[in-house]
Design a protein around this ligand. Structure first.
Ligand code: ZN
Length: 79
């Protein structure tokens, strides 16, 4: 599991942050929020980080999904 450091909240600057367990990026009736970044048998996963002070929530795709961004037709670099 990724436990990389997370920058302070970009909204309020707070560092009172909470990280979720691994969450599936889709399944059942939910849309797939990380399309084309999973494997044949499993959707990609992410973790959430919530700011305890203001509630801003950030989504962090996990390394196996990140590695697929460069070669996926579903995604394009910004800039
Ligand atoms: Zn905040």
């Amino acid at each position: 599991m990724s436990t990389k450091p997370v920058a302070p909240c970009p909204n309020c600057g707070g560092s009172n942050l909470y990280r979720s367990q691994l969450l599936r990026a889709g399944g059942g009736y939910a849309p797939n929020y990380l399309p084309d970044l999973g494997s044949f048998w499993a959707v990609a996963r992410f973790k959430l980080v919530v700011c305890r002070d203001c509630g801003l929530t950030r989504w962090f795709a996990q390394p196996p999904a990140l590695e697929k961004l460069d070669t996926s037709d579903h995604w394009e670099p910004v800039n």
